[in-house]
Design a protein around this ligand. Structure first.
Ligand code: ZN
Length: 343
């Protein structure tokens, strides 16, 4: 089997995928027509200019503007259910066996839904996705950096009622340049106390100190991106010593100009240095990518070998926020594939 075929068939995970950044463009058009929401265009090729990045943005802020239309349409139970369900269907087609889907519930209260309604819509799709597409998944709920610490605490208080029912973790997302992690410290302390897992976007823009702050002050168990760790060798050592995995999303980092090119991304040197690496999409629509594409880029531009790929997938299973039963089943699926294919 050639490597490209193998990348398609090998059981995979995606631990860092934003629901609002991963909506089928046709679905945006369908929902907008149904709900009388105005779009800049109703042709897919035109609409894609507003919701996808081609090449590079000027900044992370510019990238974040691509979420305006998705958030407008994700304001009802049916729409959130459909979007979650389609994401799982698309993931299962790529042989993703386990997915952690993230989004910020507070962005979806504009038309009368409560936080619980929003979470339930997505969880119902997750439950059905297991039966319909054979894919296991959990939600990671994002607190937003620019929002108040009280809102983050409200989010954690709601999330705790869904532990074991489809919510596995909380995250901190949004504009890293202007809002440091410590603002939301109390919410993350509460999350730890209640038994929610924690991941934090950090070191996605230029500041490597945010990575250590996120681990020490917010109890982060994983770091979203962490691209800029290389700027401070202490941060690299810290990640390694404390076994903190990075959720790497290489195309997204090219889009936001965090790195100049796929070739210049530090992921391979991190891995060779002993940092735990996972490979993820971030936003399949906004970044115009898929998990198979992400692996192909790593092979093409970062000289990833088959052993690197196997290691990354095994890391992702072991450091996922799945429960023991799902982890055992994922490990069984992955290891059986590897043994059967003699790879
Ligand atoms: Zn992200």
């Amino acid at each position: 089997m050639n490597l490209n075929k193998l990348l398609e068939t090998i059981p995979k995970t995606d631990l860092h995928c934003h629901l609002d950044g991963s909506i089928r463009p046709q679905t945006m058009i369908d929902i907008s027509r149904k709900d009388n929401i105005s779009l800049p265009s109703y042709s897919i090729s035109e609409l894609e200019k507003y919701v996808k990045v081609s090449g590079k943005c000027d900044s992370l802020k510019d990238y974040l503007n691509k979420f305006d239309i998705p958030i407008k349409i994700m304001q009802s139970y049916d729409n959130i259910y459909r979007i979650t369900s389609e994401l799982l269907e698309d993931a299962a087609r790529q042989n993703i066996c386990y997915m952690e889907i993230r989004f910020a519930p507070f962005n979806h209260l504009q038309k009368g839904l409560s936080l619980k309604d929003v979470i339930n819509a997505s969880i119902d799709a997750i439950k059905d996705g297991r039966k319909k597409y054979g894919i296991a998944s959990n939600l990671i709920l994002c607190a937003m950096r620019h929002e108040s610490p009280e809102m983050s605490k409200d989010l954690v208080n709601t999330a705790k009622d869904f532990i074991g029912l489809g919510v596995s973790a909380i995250d901190l997302a949004g504009n890293e340049a202007d809002f440091p992690p410590e603002i939301h410290r109390e919410a993350f302390d509460m999350a730890k106390y209640y038994g929610l897992h924690r991941t934090v976007h950090a070191g996605e823009t230029g500041n490597p100190a945010n990575i250590i702050k996120s681990i020490e002050l917010l109890n982060a168990e994983r770091i979203g991106h962490g691209v800029f760790a290389f700027k401070d060798s202490h941060v690299v050592e810290y990640l390694k010593r404390n076994n903190i995995p990075l959720e790497v999303c290489i195309t997204s980092n090219v889009n936001t100009s965090a790195v100049n090119s796929y070739k210049e991304h530090p992921v391979k040197s991190y891995m060779d240095n002993g940092i735990i690496i996972t490979v993820n999409t971030d936003n399949t629509t906004v970044s115009n990518t898929s998990i198979v594409d992400e692996f192909k880029y790593l092979v093409k531009y970062q000289n990833f070998t088959l052993n690197d790929i196997k290691k990354v997938i095994k890391n992702s299973i072991d450091y996922s926020f799945a429960d023991k039963k799902d982890k055992d089943s994922l490990n069984f699926k992955f290891l059986s594939f590897v043994n059967d294919m003699h790879i």
